[in-house]
Design a protein around this ligand. Structure first.
Ligand SMILES: *Cc1c(COP(=O)(O)O)cnc(C)c1O
Length: 472
């Protein structure tokens, strides 16, 4: 597909802006370009077609099954969009006098209050723009807490080896030393290893429960106690809140601070459909360190994002919370667990599970044996799924499982969809066993086939360069 720059033809652009009828203002020459900006010139019709064509090349939850583990790609109810499109929410400015936007402020307050209730926290900020941004903010609170107490040597953050990559990254970005502790063979936190790891330099522990293997750690209260007794705080990565919302609360498990991915658990759009939102909650004793939005507060950890965060996203999350209600939230969590276990049981006919038995909202398969003995990989299966109109599960994560495929069907898929998808997974498995070589040529039906992943990672081409095109 050609880029707009390549489609550009001088003189084809639509000129809508009328000539200026007010006195011209001359900008200082130092602010002016020396050359005209190289903007593409294209008619509105062709521009519109360009974006429609791009849209058809992407795949989202509205296109089909999307069991991307850890990412909770659930259906985003359209009523969220209707609520966020209301004029009272769209036609405002963040610096408007407070008494002219009292409804919008109420939306923020209500959302904070409901999220506090769901998580067992006392205070909340809606400012961070993503999960990773929320983690970073949350760990800033923990760092600030130790600093305010003059406990400057607490700079160690403990993360289990099953943790999401953003956890160690967050610790490091906060100037901490990250200590990874191995999990037990069953995939849980090793209490002995944790006891050995904590000391008077421990700032805290970062953990998600259920963890990235989809397992709920029943020792959770013991885990947070060990960290607290050593003087550290406990940070909850709330990306896996989906199977437990309305059922158990991180605040009751002993966590001091958490983030939530509103774009995962609370049905607001992900990625390109975003923006995201990574609400951060904390217990009362950390509340004074929360970031500020409009006015600077004395002990705050600082400002992490302009104004109040992704406001319209927050409206969507609130619409979701209100439409599910007190009964719907735990029911939805339970359905996500039921769906995951049903899907897991169907796939277990052929696929080896990293952890047999019941799971929470997601589970991890391993193709280690198939890779060694039959020569096809998790990547091959993922590519094959693309030919069948399914977005593949998360691949090669968590890192402790070899040839991992991590699937999370979510509660919004019907039984029929799960059964149809399972059949595709199982048929593909048979095909790969019969002819592993053929899997190397998957996918066949997508616009882009099989890119060179190493080259793409090492030498990514992120920008169109005019010169190269001129050279032909
Ligand atoms: C998605 C995810 C994150 C990061 O969230 P983003 O919104 O993608 O930045 C952190 N931890 C876990 C376990 C996740 O699944």
């Amino acid at each position: 597909m050609k880029l707009l720059f390549e489609k550009s033809k001088p003189g084809t652009g639509n000129q809508y802006i009328p000539a200026c009828d007010t006195p011209e203002y001359a900008l200082d020459a130092s602010f002016l370009r020396e050359e005209e900006a190289a903007l593409p010139e294209i008619s509105e019709n062709d521009l519109s077609r360009h974006y429609s064509a791009l849209e058809k090349r992407s795949y989202g939850v509205n296109d089909g099954f999307y069991p991307l583990g850890s990412c909770t790609m659930k259906y985003n109810p359209k009523i969220n969009e209707a609520a966020a499109a209301l004029e009272g929410f769209t036609d405002i400015h963040p610096l408007q006098p407070a008494d002219t936007v009292s409804g919008c402020r109420k939306v923020l307050d209500m959302t904070k209050q409901y999220l506090c209730t769901i998580t067992g926290m006392d205070a909340m900020t809606l400012a961070p723009a993503a999960g990773a941004h929320g983690e970073f903010t949350g760990m800033m609170l923990i760092r600030k807490y130790h600093e305010m107490r003059g406990d400057m040597k607490r700079r160690k953050v403990i993360v289990p080896d099953s943790s999401h990559g953003t956890n160690p990254a967050t610790g490091t970005m906060n100037g901490m030393k990250v200590v990874s502790i191995p999990s037990t063979p069953e995939g849980y936190v090793d209490l002995e290893k944790l006891r050995q790891a904590v000391d008077d330099e421990t700032a805290g522990l970062m953990l998600t429960n259920p963890n990235t293997l989809g397992l709920f750690d029943r020792n959770i209260c013991e885990i947070t106690k060990i960290v607290h007794e050593a003087g550290g705080l406990c940070y909850y990565d709330g990306a896996n809140m989906n199977p437990i919302m309305g059922i158990v609360r991180p605040g009751d498990m002993g966590f001091d601070c958490i983030h939530l991915n509103l774009h995962k658990t609370f049905s607001t759009p992900h990625g390109g459909g975003g923006p995201g939102a990574g609400a951060v909650g904390c217990k009362q004793f950390l509340a004074e360190y929360l970031p500020w939005d409009l006015e600077e507060t004395e002990n705050s950890c600082g400002k992490v994002r302009s104004y109040h965060g992704s406001f319209l996203v927050i409206v969507k999350a609130l619409a979701y919370i209100l439409s599910l209600g007190k009964e719907g939230i735990p029911a939805s969590a339970a359905a996500s667990v039921l769906n995951a276990n049903y899907f897991k049981a169907l796939l277990s006919e052929k696929y080896t599970m990293a952890n047999p038995g019941f799971c929470m909202h997601e589970f991890v398969m391993t193709l280690e044996k198939e890779h060694k003995e039959h020569g096809f990989s998790a990547l091959d299966i993922a590519k094959g799924l693309l030919d069948n109109g399914i977005h593949p599960p998360t691949m090669y994560f968590p890192l402790i499982v070899h040839e991992a495929l991590m699937a999370e069907p979510t509660e919004t898929e019907s039984r029929q969809t799960l059964e149809e998808a399972a059949k595709i997974f199982l048929d593909l498995y048979d095909e790969a066993m019969k002819d592993p070589e053929s899997m190397q040529h998957r996918p066949q039906s997508t616009v882009i086939g099989r890119p060179d992943e190493v080259l793409a990672a090492r030498k990514p081409v992120l920008r169109w360069k005019k010169e190269e095109k001129d050279e032909g």
